[in-house]
Design a protein around this ligand. Structure first.
Ligand SMILES: C[S@@+](CC[C@H](N)C(=O)[O-])C[C@H]1O[C@@H](n2cnc3c(N)ncnc32)[C@H](O)[C@@H]1O
Length: 293
């Protein structure tokens, strides 16, 4: 389901227990890069189900110059490169080289005009003023402590008709796979003292990121909710990608056998909700977009 509403700078607060810590985020993503690279190709079709609505919300068109913030293993930069075609250009940046390794590997095999990738912090962009038509960011903005600097920098590098679009997660309880994995990991290896999942849901409140964009100077800020339900076969270990990508740093220090016990618990939970061998997986993401004006 997709709904769209305008944001008028409402007085909305973010989830304050979800504020990220810069050093912790850098360590988390450095430790996660290998898993994101490993899963990036098998998950590419699934990733496009979120990439394409994000590119649409941002208005990405053939021939445009696009900056993708927090590209990780290349989402949605590679999809954006397909859309802008040979007359356009995509540059993706990410804070840590370990996450960008997958994007660089995948770009080498890209048929068509290749996107470029560089290490960079989205609060201090290494690009001239008004250099891009579009700025995209999929599941990255929530990990940045200094949102104001990121917004100011995004506005600075966008041209006068430019647009930015950020994808964030809705609440944990609306995202079946994450909530079940979190429950199983916490039951088996104990609660996470760093609460490392919390920043994912920093902008779970409708309007919370949109009001910050409006305050920063974006115009015509809008928000869409995406709430697809995937129907996945129970006989495939569909949870493994998320377990590796989001829980790798926690699992690294877990006792031998913990991983198997977590997988057994997850399999058993999903067996209980499957109908004729198919599990419904609910997902809730939001896209918040704004124009540079
Ligand atoms: C959940 S991953 C998303 C990766 C990719 N966009 C995707 O959707 O698959 C979050 C990414 O944000 C990056 N990141 C975190 N803080 C950042 C910052 N200040 N500047 C640039 N990238 C950052 C991390 O290194 C990580 O690659």
């Amino acid at each position: 389901m997709v709904s769209s509403l305008p944001i008028f700078g409402a007085d909305v607060t973010t989830n304050s227990s979800a504020l990220p810590d810069a050093a912790q985020e850098r360590a988390r993503w450095s430790a996660s890069g290998a898993a994101w690279d490993r899963w990036s190709d098998p998950m590419a079709d699934m990733a496009d189900r979120l990439n394409l609505p994000l590119l649409d919300a941002c208005g990405v068109m053939p021939g445009e110059r696009v900056l993708d913030l927090a590209s990780g293993a290349g989402e949605p930069a590679l999809s954006a490169a397909k859309r802008v075609g040979p007359a356009g250009h995509v540059i993706g940046i990410d804070l840590v080289p370990e996450m960008l390794a997958g994007a660089i590997r995948r770009a080498a095999d890209f048929s068509g005009k290749k996107p470029d990738f560089a290490i960079g912090d989205m609060t201090s962009l290494p690009f001239p003023d008004e250099h891009f038509d579009r700025v995209t960011c999929r599941f990255g903005i929530m990990f940045v402590p200094d949102i104001q600097s990121c917004m100011a920098e995004t506005l600075r590098v966008l041209n006068r008709h430019g647009k930015a679009a950020f994808m964030v997660w809705g609440p944990l309880s609306d995202n079946t796979l994450f909530s079940e994995l979190d429950a199983a990991v916490s039951d088996i290896i104990g609660p996470d003292p760093k609460h490392s999942l919390n920043p994912l849901f920093r902008f779970e409140e409708p309007g919370s990121l949109g009001s910050l964009m409006t305050a920063a100077g974006f115009e015509n800020v809008t928000e869409e909710s995406l709430r697809p339900t995937a129907r996945v076969p129970l006989d495939k270990p569909f949870w493994r990608a998320s377990l590796d990508m989001l829980f790798a740093p926690r699992l690294a220090s877990a006792r031998d056998g913990s991983r198997e016990r977590i997988e057994d618990a997850v399999r058993s939970h999903f067996s209980g909700v499957a109908v004729e061998g198919v599990c419904p997986l609910h997902l809730h993401a939001r896209i918040i977009a704004g124009e540079a004006g």
